[in-house]
Design a protein around this ligand. Structure first.
Ligand SMILES: [Zn+2]
Length: 124
C-alpha cells in the first residue's frame, strides 16, 4: 500500500468515525431521503444534520438534490454499507435488523406521507 492510499483510507475511516454519520448512512440504505426525514428519525436539529451531511458529501459518499422546499440526499457508493456491516459485526452487532430505527417525531417528508402526493396529483 502506498502512503497516499493509507492516508485516503484513514480519511474515509475518520468520516465514518461518528455515530450520527453512521446513523445518517443507515437511513439512506433504502434510497434517498429528505433532510427533514433525518431530523425526525434522529431527533437532531437540521443545522447539525446538515453539518454531518456536508462531511459525508466532501468524502464523496453522498450527493444532494433540491426539490422545492426539500433537500434530498442519497448514497453514491453503496459498497460503504458492506464496510459498515462488517465493522458492526466485528464490534459485536452482526444483526442489521437491530439497527432499524423509529422516528422520534412525526416525519413530514413526502415519502412518509404518500397521501400528500396523491392530493397533489389530484390538484394537478
Ligand atoms: Zn420521512
Amino acid at each position: 500500500m502506498s502512503p497516499d492510499a493509507d492516508q485516503a483510507v484513514t480519511d474515509l475511516f475518520r468520516v465514518l468515525m461518528h455515530p450520527t454519520r453512521l446513523a445518517i448512512l443507515d437511513l439512506l440504505r433504502d434510497g434517498e431521503q429528505c433532510v427533514c426525514h433525518m431530523e425526525a428519525y434522529l431527533g437532531k436539529r437540521q443545522a447539525y444534520i446538515s453539518q454531518q451531511l456536508m462531511l459525508l458529501r466532501e468524502a464523496g459518499l453522498v450527493q444532494d438534490r433540491r426539490d422545492g422546499w426539500n433537500n434530498y440526499y442519497r448514497v453514491v457508493k453503496p459498497e460503504i454499507f458492506t464496510l459498515i456491516d462488517n465493522a458492526r459485526s466485528l464490534a459485536g452487532y452482526p444483526n442489521p435488523a437491530g439497527n432499524v430505527r423509529q422516528p422520534r417525531t412525526a416525519c413530514p417528508c413526502p415519502r412518509c406521507n404518500p397521501v400528500l402526493d396523491v392530493v397533489e396529483l389530484v390538484i394537478n
